[in-house]
Design a protein around this ligand. Structure first.
Ligand code: PMP
Length: 462
């Protein structure tokens, strides 16, 4: 449907009065001036005003193969006509069965049991519920605590939020009591002055072991970690961190849940990052987003054969894993995911990401030369610029909180959307981005940071 500019005046009222957005700030609810984006192609989205912008965050780190892919759209339309829905509770369907098999072929080790969910939060929820369920069957109902990390984000359902460690999100919402434990931030950038990276790594690994010893291994069910802590600010842990954490988990019979909602499906140049990038075979992988390239909602909680075997058959005591969704394995989502995988392979998307990532990371590092930039970090096709406006403080909450939004504002004027988070901007463009588009993206960012520096100087903040 083609809308005229004037139509948006009325639709903006509906958006404000009827659509409650995620992370809705209640102070300004009903008064937002959000930009409408109505069409998109490749790495670009087009706004209501007809402005075409590079989608720096690929939606929410999810539109891997880019927008406007007719093959996925056609496959979904055909599936909707043939069979829009089947009940996963009562029946089977070939499309999600094929998808489960295709996923299992690409996961590390014996992670072959795929439980389909509606997104990332429900995948994490399912993982925690399965871990608890298993410990109930194994006769150790007190082994339930999940160790997570400060700044982690695992989702917005009650359990997933309860293992998420962003302080800012905890203020007004309840958490599951006594179920989680948070390790200190693993960001090497904020390590004490003079501390070597090796010493920092040793300390972070020791944090996990000490937590298990403090709580008691008989009470700790699992450790959950994003390979790269994404919305917490693209925090890349020191090399060897995940491997050593997995060793600690094995030592104390604690399960390892690798949350690959962002790092899966090519973001780091591999189907999954756990084994190929971080050298670990976890017990459970949670994933979503890039699984369908964001064309339709779907997530998955992928469980190892060993875990399933430990509670199946006679060992199950007749238990049922009473967890699941009306839309588990939805055929329209599943066909989109199957097509997505086919396109990844045919177009060599993983190889492409590995090829262009060095340029992306090189241009990202160069942004560190701007005086307001304190740190740049990333891997594959994901990056973060962290500004330090008040150079005497490295606590982001003390800094000019709007600096990320200021950079984003300037970049949008120049043709690029970023994702501002307090004093940071994160970005993870569609994986099909080419060399000249990467250069264009970073050229704009350089201008945006320069203009922001000038703004701050005018305001006396810099
Ligand atoms: N885990 C991670 C690492 C995420 O980044 C997110 C979403 N950004 C989630 C879980 C939750 O996924 P969803 O929003 O699809 O529920």
């Amino acid at each position: 449907m083609t809308l005229r500019n004037s139509d948006f005046d009325e639709i903006r009222v509906w958006d404000n009065e009827n659509f409650v957005h995620p992370w809705e700030g209640m102070e300004h609810i009903g008064q937002n001036e959000r930009t409408f984006t109505e069409t998109a192609d490749g790495i670009y989205v087009t706004t209501e005003a007809g402005k075409r912008l590079i989608d720096g965050p690929a939606g929410m780190w999810c539109v891997q193969i880019g927008y406007g892919n007719g093959e996925i759209a056609d496959a979904m339309a055909t599936q909707a006509r043939d069979m829009a829905y089947f009940s996963p509770f009562n029946n089977a369907n070939s499309v999600p069965a094929r998808l489960a098999h295709e996923i299992a072929k690409r996961t590390p080790g014996d992670l072959n049991h795929v439980f389909f969910t509606t997104g990332g939060s429900t995948a994490v929820d399912t993982a925690i519920r399965f871990v608890h369920f298993r410990n109930n069957i194994l006769g150790r109902p007190e082994k339930k605590i999940v160790i997570s990390r400060q700044k982690a984000y695992h989702g917005s359902t009650f359990l997933a939020a309860s293992v998420s460690g962003k302080e800012r999100d905890k203020g007004w919402l309840d958490q599951a009591q006594g179920m989680s434990y948070f390790l200190p931030n693993v960001n090497p950038y904020i390590r004490p002055e003079g501390m070597s990276l090796q010493a920092f790594l040793d300390e972070k690994v020791a944090d996990l072991e000490n937590a298990i010893l403090e709580i008691g291994a008989d009470k700790v069910a699992a450790f959950i970690a994003e390979p790269i802590l994404a919305s917490g600010g693209v925090i890349v842990p020191p090399k060897g961190y995940h491997k050593r954490c997995l060793d600690i988990c094995r030592k104390y019979d604690v399960l390892y849940i690798s949350d690959e909602v962002v790092t899966g499906w090519g973001r780091l140049g591999h189907w999954f990052a756990s084994e190929d990038v971080f050298d670990i075979v976890p017990d459970i992988i949670t994933t979503a987003k890039g699984l369908t390239s964001g064309y339709v909602p779907m997530g998955a909680c992928i469980i190892s054969d060993a875990l399933i075997d430990s509670v199946s058959g006679e060992k199950s005591q007749g238990a049922t894993f009473s967890n699941g969704y009306t839309y588990s394995g939805h055929p329209v989502s599943a066909i989109a995911a199957l097509k997505n995988i086919e396109i990844f392979e045919r177009e060599g998307i993983l190889e492409h990401v590995r090829e262009v990532s060095p340029l992306f990371q090189e241009r990202l590092t160069a942004l560190g030369d701007f005086p307001i930039v304190g740190d740049t970090r990333g891997m594959g096709l994901v990056g973060c610029v962290e500004c330090v406006v008040d150079s005497n403080s490295e606590d982001s909450l003390d800094l000019d909180k709007t600096v990320g939004a200021r950079i984003d504002h300037h970049c949008q004027e120049l043709g690029l959307i970023l994702r501002p988070i307090i004093n940071m901007c994160v970005f993870s463009p569609p994986l099909i981005i080419n060399v000249s588009q990467i250069n264009q993206m970073f050229d704009i960012m350089e201008k945006g940071i320069k203009l922001t520096t000038e703004d701050l100087a005018v305001k006396g903040l810099w």
